[in-house]
Design a binder for this molecule. Structure first.
Ligand code: DGP
Length: 106
């Protein structure tokens, strides 16, 4: 049984609403938003962090998912952040990309 919170979300264990999804990733709202709009793009495949991601096709698909989900959310301008490693502020060790838009408190 997985202990990874994002794997559980992907499995539907918490009924988290996906604002966008495709075969590579799901996108949902951050529980602790740091901006007016704060989304997380999370690969369906469990990878601890960017340091462990060795699939360049998946990395490209994730960036396309950032763009497509931002567009679907009506965002024209946004910031993307990937926290990699504890010292950089990574709290959830399932790689993800933050999308922040509007007033950003980072
Ligand atoms: P990071 O620090 O880059 O690992 O960001 C992890 C983010 O994940 C943090 O901003 C809060 C968010 N988060 C943690 N647990 C949950 C959860 O159960 N649901 C949602 N929607 N977001 C979560």
């Amino acid at each position: 049984m997985t202990e990874c919170i994002f794997c559980k979300i992907i499995n539907g264990d918490f009924n988290t609403e996906f604002v966008y999804e495709n075969e590579y990733a799901v996108v949902f709202r951050d529980i602790n938003p740091k901006a007016d709009t704060h989304l997380l793009v999370v690969p369906r495949k469990h990878v601890e962090s960017l340091n462990e991601l060795d699939d360049e096709v998946l990395l490209g698909k994730l960036m396309m998912t950032v763009r497509d989900s931002a567009k679907a959310a009506g965002l024209k301008s946004y910031r993307t952040v990937i926290n990699t490693g504890k010292e950089a502020g990574q709290e959830v060790f399932h790689m993800h990309i933050h999308i922040l838009a509007g007033s950003i408190k980072l």
